[in-house]
Write a protein that binds this ligand. Structure first.
Ligand SMILES: C[C@@]1(CC(=O)O)c2cc3[nH]c(cc4nc(cc5[nH]c(cc(n2)[C@H]1CCC(=O)O)[C@@](C)(CC(=O)O)[C@@H]5CCC(=O)O)C(CC(=O)O)=C4CCC(=O)O)c(CCC(=O)O)c3CC(=O)O
Ligand SMILES: NC(=O)C1=CN([C@@H]2O[C@H](COP(=O)(O)OP(=O)(O)OC[C@H]3O[C@@H](n4cnc5c(N)ncnc54)[C@H](O)[C@@H]3O)[C@@H](O)[C@H]2O)C=CC1
Length: 231
């Protein structure tokens, strides 16, 4: 499997199953997509999300709850009506999850089957399906982690470690992004400019400076850059 980042802005995601797993996935995708959850019962977290109008808060509910318990034969009809980019199969009924997967693949949509993993052998994930990684975010930086389905608990544990490790990466991404634009505008020769930026993102001084505030980080970065350009 190859990790990719997928932009779901303006798309819909259809989740079958409103339990704890369906709620976690819905909450994740509601950051940018319209999410429809079809289930006979809903986790409290979903009720809250639907009332909040989605985490983005903008324009109407980003999470819609539809109370229904489609059997395997009825699942494809829901996929047709909602017209999602991604189907998440998160019920506790294997036959319904399998039908959701088949309907999505028939319609050439992405599908995330939450009750099987690549490690399952013969009953494993279908080709063309996707898994949801554990993710650490420090906007605009994100780290996505998968164990190839072998151990989701390990994915979560590693995510917690990475969280501590990339503290401040978002501020560093913004600062170094601005600096590379500034160096380009100054007409600095490409190789010198790249080397200067490589040094900034590795500089302990800049990371520490950023912890005290953006202007401190920027000051540290300028001294690293001038040192590099004057070499
Ligand atoms: C294949 C995959 C499909 C998918 O859902 O995309 C899948 C499948 C399954 N998960 C199961 C169990 C658990 N999943 C978690 C947690 C997470 N699971 C996530 C992803 C994935 N789970 C995909 C592979 C990711 C990878 O490659 O590593 C995370 C990373 C992302 C997310 O879901 O948002 C999220 C952590 C988020 C975070 O905190 O960062 C925990 C831990 C906990 O709950 O504390 C447990 C219990 C402990 C354990 O079993 O490990 C079971 C068995 C169910 C059963 O026993 O019946 C299956 C089915 C099977 O294995 O057959
Ligand atoms: N991928 C992951 O991270 C994990 C996956 N799992 C798997 O995910 C499945 C769901 O786990 P939980 O959310 O903890 O279970 P749960 O029992 O809390 O939730 C299942 C939900 O599916 C709904 N449902 C039942 N029949 C339905 C139908 N015909 N159509 C729509 N919805 C229906 C139920 O009302 C319930 O809300 C489990 O079967 C388990 O194998 C479990 C833990 C983690």
């Amino acid at each position: 499997m190859i990790p990719l980042y997928h932009d779901f802005a303006g798309e819909s995601v259809l989740v079958f199953g409103g339990g704890s797993v369906g709620a976690r996935k819905a909450s994740r995708f509601a950051d940018e997509a319209r999410v429809v959850v079809v289930s006979p019962a809903f986790d409290d977290r979903l009720v809250d999300l639907a009332e909040e109008g989605g985490r983005s808060g903008a324009g109407g509910p980003a999470v819609e709850l539809v109370r229904a318990a489609p059997d395997a034969d009825a699942v494809a009809g829901w996929v047709d009506r909602v017209g999602p980019a991604l189907v998440v199969a998160a019920t506790d009924d294997g036959a319904v999850n399998a039908a959701a997967e088949a309907a999505a693949l028939d319609a050439d949509l992405l599908v995330n089957r939450t009750d099987v993993s690549a490690a399952d052998g013969s009953a494993g994930r279908e080709a063309r399906s996707v898994v949801v990684p554990a993710t650490v975010e420090d906007d605009p930086v994100s780290v996505a982690l998968s164990t190839g389905g072998a151990s989701p608990a390990l994915a979560k544990a590693l995510r917690e470690r990475v969280e501590a490790e990339i503290d401040g990466a978002g501020a560093m991404a913004e600062l170094s992004g601005e600096l590379r634009a500034e160096l380009r505008e100054r007409g600095i020769d490409p190789e010198a400019r790249r080397e200067a930026i490589r040094r900034v993102v590795r500089s302990e001084g800049v990371w520490k400076g950023l912890q005290k505030g953006r202007s401190n980080g920027r000051k540290e970065a300028y001294s690293v850059i001038e040192e590099e350009l004057n070499r």
